[in-house]
Write a protein of this length. Structure first.
Ligand SMILES: *Cc1c(COP(=O)(O)O)cnc(C)c1O
Length: 372
């Protein structure tokens, strides 16, 4: 008997998610202590200080189970978003919301249409349920090809996912294109719009997904506290959707999936306007700085509405940066061997990255001149 024979084939054949390289690991390997990680789209300012304070205050209560309904967070967020309390589903990160969608809606024989490259968790949750992922290539400009996605829909399609702004390209679709796409999409398909980077977007015509929920009940927006609020380590995200769809997702979740510290942190973070304002401002400056400096270095990059940039640095740059204590995200797994994804860091991190890229480019140029 082999264990592999006991495992469901669609789980056995999954390619595990590859996270960004941990700083501790790199520092151990290089014997250094000043590495920087620009690889996982984390908030370089750290968590909301108000959230940290709230978690400290709640630490003495962790012998108690959390509030399974996340009442305090639910009421605050429903108020903030202008949706009913029963239109919200909370999860252990946005990742769990993806899992709940998959668990609730898809199985063997079903298809899920999403763009590619897009969030690396989509194939994992889709294949993890034994369903089929239909990956529609982004356009040459690395934008969602909504026409091609519409054409990829078949009678087997249960869910369509749109990541907007898209990870790892940072590109986005505007309201016009989105509204056209959705108005043509069959009502018996659930549309999931992954808005993990929603709060960072600078374009003012981002689609209004919540407004669609009344017209089209099978519409869900996914958001997270991991990115803008700097709470990636405490794992909390949520879905906003029609109350009936929400009631099914609620059935599929564990009763205490959102832990006590995560809930108090999220509530406090929502009130931390100062932290959100600083985060958005620093990110915006960082995006502009990085794109203009990359251009000066002759490195192609793509417009980003998120907190990271896709850049075509060349294939050796990932390792060369690692050797300088800088972790970015390689895009090899998407078949993009020349590209890396760079998370916006603190101003000094961004400067260090640009300086390192300049050195690496300079060395490459010198090598080319010296000949083989
Ligand atoms: C980060 C991210 C999420 C959710 O992350 P969690 O930490 O699980 O909340 C979802 N979608 C995309 C595209 C992301 O980048």
């Amino acid at each position: 008997m082999s264990i592999a024979d006991l495992v469901k084939p669609h789980i056995r054949d999954l390619d595990p998610y590859v996270p960004g390289k941990p700083m501790e690991e790199l520092e151990r390997e290089l014997g250094i202590s000043n590495s920087i990680k620009l690889a996982s789209n984390e908030n370089p300012l750290g968590p909301s200080p108000k959230a940290v304070e709230a978690m400290r205050a709640a630490a003495g209560e962790v012998h108690r189970y959390p509030d399974g309904a996340s009442f305090a967070l639910r009421t605050k967020l429903s108020d903030r978003l202008g949706v009913a309390e029963n239109q919200l589903v909370f999860g252990t990160g946005g990742d769990e919301i993806l899992e709940l969608i998959a668990k609730t809606l898809i199985g063997p024989g079903d298809e899920v249409v999403y763009a590619w490259p897009s969030f690396a968790m989509y194939p994992i949750v889709v294949k993890g349920m034994g369903a089929e992922g239909v990956q529609v290539p982004l356009t040459d400009d690395f934008v969602h090809d909504l026409d091609a996605m519409a054409a990829a829909v078949t009678p087997k399609t249960r869910v369509v996912m749109i990541c907007n702004p898209n990870n790892p390209s940072g590109t986005s679709v505007g309201a016009d294109a989105f509204d056209r796409f959705v108005s043509e999409l069959s009502d018996d398909i659930v549309l999931v719009v992954d808005e993990a980077y929603f709060e960072f977007a600078r374009r003012d015509d981002l689609p209004d997904v919540i407004a669609w929920m009344e017209r089209r009940p099978g519409t869900l927006a996914l958001r997270t506290f991991s990115k803008i609020y700097g709470l990636a380590g405490i794992r909390i995200g949520y879905g906003i959707c029609d109350s009936e769809l929400a009631s099914y997702l609620e059935r599929a979740r564990h009763p205490f999936n959102v832990n006590r510290l995560a809930e108090v942190a999220a509530v406090a973070a929502l009130d931390d306007e100062e932290h959100v304002r600083r985060t958005i401002e620093m990110n915006s400056t960082g995006i502009d700085y990085l794109r203009s400096e990359l251009e000066k270095l002759g490195i192609e990059s793509w417009p980003s509405e998120a907190n990271f940039i896709l850049a075509r640095t060349g294939s050796e740059v990932f390792d060369a940066l690692l050797a300088r204590g800088i972790i970015v995200r390689p895009m090899k797994g998407f078949g993009l061997t020349e590209h890396v994804r760079i998370s916006v860091g603190l101003p000094e991190d961004n400067e260090r990255l640009i300086k390192a890229l300049g050195e690496i480019r300079g060395m490459d140029a010198a090598k080319r001149e010296a000949g083989p």
